[in-house]
Design a protein around this ligand. Structure first.
Ligand code: ATP
Length: 360
C-alpha cells in the first residue's frame, strides 16, 4: 500500500500561487501513477498579503500545519509595498527557517548538456554541483541587531561549533548520497576566508575534524573570492560546496546566473527533521497576475522534495521520480518549446507546466 505524505503548501505572494498551481498538478500526476506514495496537500496562509488583510504574517494555525507536515512546499513571499512598522519586509520563510532550525540551505547548480548558459559551454558539457549555505547564523546572525552610531556601524558574525558540525555532517552525507546516485565524484569543499578572519579559521578547523570522520569522501578548501572566479571558469570541478550564510547568499545568486537565471534556480532549507522547498527567486510583483512567470524553479524545488522524502523514507521509486521530473524540465528547457519569456520562449505559466507534464 502507498505511504501517504502530508505536504504543507504555502502559496505566498505575487507570482507564488501561479507557479504553485502547475507544481501541485505535476506532483498529483506523479502520485497517481505511483504505487509507493501519495500526497495529502494542506494549504496554509502566510505572507505579505495575508499580513495586509489580517495583521498576521504567519498565523499559529499555518505554523502548526508546517510543523505537522512531512515536508513543506513554499513559493515566494513578501511584497515591497507591504512592510512591518519598522520598515522591514514580511518574510515568514525566514521565521520558518529559525523556528524549524533549518540550518542547511541547499542550492543545486545544474546546467544540462545543450542548455544555453552565459558560460558558453560546449554542447556536451554538463554542470552539476551543490552549494550549501549555512542558514541560521554567520553574518545574518545580527540581522536587525546591528549597531549604528553617527560615525560607525557594526554587525556581528557568529559561527558556532554545534551548527558547523551539523552543517558539515550534512555536507558529507550529501556528497556520499550524490556519489551513490552517480551524480557527483564524492568531494566536499569548505568555502571560507580563513586567511583573514579568525572566525573562518575556526570554521575550517571544525570542517577538517569532521572530514576525518568521512574519509571515503574527498575534502578540500577554497577562499570565497577564488570560488566566485572558479564558478565561472571551471564549475565542472565542484561537487559539494559548503559555506557561511552571507557568502552562500552571494554565491547562490552567481549560481543562478550561470544556470541562465532565477527562473531555473530551486532550493531547499533542511534541518534535522523538517525541510522547506522553495524557488530561489522572490515574488516578482512586477509580473504577478499575468500568468507569465516561469514555474520551473518551483517545479525543480518539488523534485528536490521528492528526492529528500524518498531518501528519508527509503522509497527508491520516489527518488527515481525526482530524477525523472528534473530530466523532464531539462528536456523542455533544452528544446526551448514550452519555456516562458525569461528563457526566450513564448509559453505562459500554465503551458510551461503542461510541457513538463507531457515530457513526463
Ligand atoms: P527577493 O528579495 O524577495 O528574493 P528580489 O528583489 O530578488 O526578491 P524577485 O522577486 O526574485 O526579486 O525578482 C527579480 C526579477 O526577476 C524581477 O524582474 C522578476 O520579474 C524576475 N523574476 C523572478 N522570478 C521569476 C520567475 N519565476 N519568472 C520570471 N521572472 C522572474
Amino acid at each position: 500500500m502507498a505511504n501517504e505524505y502530508e505536504i504543507a503548501v504555502f502559496n505566498g505572494d505575487g507570482i507564488g500561487p501561479e507557479i504553485m498551481k502547475p507544481t501541485v498538478s505535476i506532483l498529483e500526476q506523479l502520485a497517481a501513477q505511483s504505487d509507493t506514495y501519495s500526497f495529502d496537500f494542506k494549504y496554509a496562509d502566510a505572507g505579505a498579503l495575508h499580513y495586509a488583510n489580517t495583521g498576521e504574517s504567519l498565523p499559529e494555525e499555518s505554523l502548526e500545519i508546517a510543523k505537522r507536515a512531512d515536508a513543506i512546499l513554499l513559493s515566494a513571499m513578501g511584497l515591497p509595498s507591504v512592510r512591518y512598522d519598522d520598515g522591514t519586509e514580511i518574510s515568514p520563510q525566514i521565521e520558518l527557517r529559525k523556528i524549524l532550525n533549518l540550518f542547511a540551505g541547499v542550492r543545486p547548480v545544474r546546467i544540462a548538456p545543450g542548455q544555453s548558459s552565459p558560460l558558453n559551454l560546449n554542447p556536451e558539457q554538463a554542470i552539476d554541483f551543490v552549494l550549501i549555505r549555512e542558514s541560521t547564523e554567520g553574518l545574518f546572525y545580527s540581522q536587525g541587531k546591528g549597531e549604528v552610531s553617527e560615525h560607525s556601524a557594526s554587525e556581528t558574525l557568529m559561527i558556532t561549533k554545534k551548527t558547523s558540525e551539523d552543517l558539515f555532517e550534512f555536507a558529507f552525507s550529501l556528497a556520499k548520497q550524490r556519489k551513490e546516485l552517480g551524480q557527483g565524484k564524492g568531494k566536499v569543499t569548505c568555502v571560507d576566508k580563513a586567511n583573514v578572519f579568525r572566525a573562518f579559521a575556526f570554521f575550517r578547523d571544525i570542517f577538517d575534524k569532521e572530514s576525518v570522520r568521512h574519509a571515503a569522501i574527498e575534502s578540500d578548501h577554497a577562499y570565497v573570492d577564488a570560488t566566485a572566479l572558479w564558478m565561472v571558469t571551471k564549475p565542472w570541478d565542484f561537487d559539494v560546496l559548503v559555506t557561511e550564510n552571507m557568502f552562500g547568499d552571494i554565491l547562490s545568486d552567481l549560481g543562478a546566473g550561470i544556470m541562465g537565471g532565477l527562473g531555473l534556480a530551486p532550493s531547499a532549507d533542511i534541518g534535522k527533521d523538517a525541510a522547506v522547498f522553495q524557488p530561489c527567486h522572490g515574488s516578482a510583483p512586477d509580473i504577478a497576475g499575468k500568468n507569465i512567470a516561469n514555474p520551473f524553479a518551483m517545479i525543480l524545488s518539488a523534485a528536490m522534495m521528492l528526492e529528500w522524502l524518498g531518501i528519508k523514507h527509503n522509497d527508491i521509486a520516489m527518488v527515481d521520480d525526482a530524477k525523472r521530473l528534473r530530466d523532464a524540465v531539462d528536456r523542455v528547457v533544452v528544446s526551448g518549446k514550452g519555456t516562458t519569456g525569461d528563457l526566450g520562449g513564448n509559453a505562459n505559466t500554465t503551458e510551461a507546466g503542461q510541457a513538463v507534464m507531457e515530457m513526463l
